[in-house]
Design a protein around this ligand. Structure first.
Ligand code: B12
Ligand code: SF4
Length: 494
């Protein structure tokens, strides 16, 4: 049996990092871990190939090679997914779909032969057995959420690692909180399930054996969802990193209450965590209450600082468009982002994802307008907002243009570097040639061609003189800032 695994294309969003990746000579931020896991769940005797449309083209000859085409998608990839399905069907192939989009959409699904809803650890082996008996079903619905002890090591080797700027591994699924807008808890549940320490270290070994060095993203919904297990995992990771000369700089996602646990933060620092993404959402108390985000309590600026003090750069998500947002929400978000020294602030407009508590409430209130695009950084709403939508969009664009304006952005980077001194620098993760090539690309593009080059040189000199040990980090952030500015300019013209 020959299986072609296809990851559809992402649109150009803040999350695509598309304008930053060429500096590093990379095509895409992360490989599709869902598909690599699906591949590992298939019988070893089956042949498989991966085509990730974010790093390569899908040729008709690839489709013709396969007996079956397996594709995954998030909501935001649905247009590209439709095209993949059409092309595969036109060549007479059996098409199998899974992933968060088909799991949660309320729209009519593309015309595939088999749909997998939910996690595939138990349903995929059933499908393989059904296939052998000639009795397959159209829809495979996971009846329960599998224990992660049955999740195999992903087939990392199927991806062309050189094309990606980071690798992904997963420790847990699910989150114990109940934020109103969140679909994680609907798809992956409110009881976080974790892998064992041995499983995690085996995945690290596998990546290292494939030659991977650099960033590894632990793609958990909330890394500290099961604190008890995480506390036991971190010392093992720290020992592994030390024994292997710190080959990986780790990044992850966590709820804000991480800041309340100093010993946990210190453990993360020792394990080599360099960045963490937090769901801060808003500095407005009433909007946090509306979102049922009770874990974001207390002084959120202090929380950010506590994490930065442990050498961990904070990235964060922010949302505007809550019913309780006051008229000055835009200035308040800008002010918070400025004072928090969070360089990468992902600000989005509130969108209702299918099956969430927010979706159900808006439906009850007669305010739903249809399924969202899945990309909350484009200026559309899928529900009737309380604030005038035109005002919201203008305010949103003002936030993005302000926080990614070069002087404002570079200042946040410098503030962040000052607050997050590291035990392990990122410098040793770059080979001299790759590091030099990236530096040259940055100097030419941002220091010579770009219209904001003056601001860049001011930043460059300060980073070099005051943050020499974090210089690689400073340049990475300069490149990412350029991506955000390009997109903010483009969205601002909408
Ligand atoms: C890492 C991650 C990213 C990474 C990139 C991931 C990548 N390259 O694939 C980044 C940071 C870029 C990202 C970005 C975004 N993401 Co994201 N992301 C995740 C996260 C945290 C982990 C994904 C992952 O690797 N999971 C691990 C694998 C093993 O799980 P899985 O994919 O679900 O696969 C399992 C099953 O679904 C199934 N399966 C999956 N595919 C297939 C295919 C077949 C054929 C079969 C049979 C089975 C199957 O089998 C697997 C094993 O059980 C998930 C949350 C989550 N828990 O998954 C959100 C998630 C997928 N992201 C989400 C969203 C909304 C986004 C953004 C749109 C955010 C935004 N607001 O703009 C952007 C869009 C990207 C873009 N470029 O525009 C949503 C998707 C919601 C939806 N219904 O579509 C999720 C669910 C989280 C959330 N609620 O925010 N994301
Ligand atoms: S903390 Fe994050 S993952 Fe957990 S419910 Fe809230 S938004 Fe979802």
């Amino acid at each position: 049996m020959k299986i072609l695994l296809v990851n559809p294309e992402f649109p150009d969003t803040y999350w695509s990092f598309r304008h930053a990746l060429p500096f590093e000579g990379k095509r895409c931020a992360f490989p599709p871990l869902g598909l690599l896991t699906v591949s590992a769940l298939l019988p070893q005797s089956w042949e498989r190939r991966l085509i990730d449309l974010n790093v390569e083209r899908l040729n008709t000859s690839d489709i013709d090679w396969a007996d079956m085409v397996f594709a995954t998608a998030m909501l935001v990839q649905k247009e590209s997914l439709k095209e993949v399905v059409q092309r595969a069907k036109a060549r007479g192939k059996r098409v199998v779909l899974g992933g968060p989009y088909v799991t949660s959409t309320v729209e009519q699904l593309p015309d595939a032969d088999h749909i997998f809803r939910g996690e595939a650890e138990e349903t995929l082996p059933q499908f393989v057995a059904d296939l052998a008996r000639g009795q397959t079903k159209r829809c495979y619905q996971a009846t329960q959420r599998p224990a992660l002890s049955v999740t195999p090591i992903a087939d990392f080797g199927l991806a062309n690692l050189k094309r990606y700027s980071a690798m992904s591994v997963q420790y847990s699924r699910g989150c114990p909180f109940s934020c109103e807008f969140c679909d994680i808890i609907e798809i992956y549940g409110r009881v976080p399930r974790t892998k064992s320490n041995q499983q995690m270290l085996a995945e690290f070994d596998a990546l290292k054996a494939l030659g991977w060095r650099g960033t590894v993203f632990i793609v958990d919904d909330n890394f500290i969802g099961n604190k008890k297990n995480v506390r036991q995992l971190l010392p093992d990771i720290a020992r592994w990193q030390e024994a292997n000369n710190y080959p990986f700089q780790l990044i992850t996602e966590s709820s804000v209450n991480l800041a309340d646990d100093e010993p946990l933060l210190q453990s993360m620092r020792r394990a080599g965590f360099h960045r963490v993404f937090l769901g801060i959402e808003t500095p407005v108390e009433e909007s946090l209450q509306e979102a049922q985000k009770s874990q974001n309590r207390g002084n959120l600026l202090d929380s950010v600082r506590a994490i930065q003090r442990n050498g961990i750069e904070v990235m964060a998500g922010f949302i505007v468009g809550f019913d309780h947002d006051p008229e000055d929400i835009f200035e308040r978000q800008i002010d918070f982002i400025r004072r928090s020294a969070i360089p990468l602030a992902m600000v989005g407009l509130l969108n209702a994802l299918p099956d969430t508590q927010l979706w159900k409430r808006l439906d009850r209130e007669g305010r739903l307008l249809g399924e969202a695009s899945g990309n909350n950084t484009v200026c559309t709403f899928n529900f009737k907002t309380r604030m005038d939508p035109a005002l919201l969009i203008r305010g949103y664009q003002t936030i993005m243009r302000t926080i990614y304006g070069p002087s404002e952005y570079y200042q946040r980077v410098l503030d962040s570097l000052r607050r997050t001194t590291r035990v392990h620098s990122e410098q040793h993760l770059y080979t001299p040639i790759a590091g030099l090539a990236a530096l040259m690309r940055i100097l030419v593009k941002l220091g010579l061609i770009d219209r904001e080059r003056k601001e860049f040189w001011r930043f460059f000199v300060q980073a070099l003189t005051k943050h020499r040990t974090q210089f690689a980090d400073a340049l990475r952030l300069a490149a990412v800032g350029y991506h955000f500015r390009k997109l903010s300019d483009a969205y601002g013209e909408n």
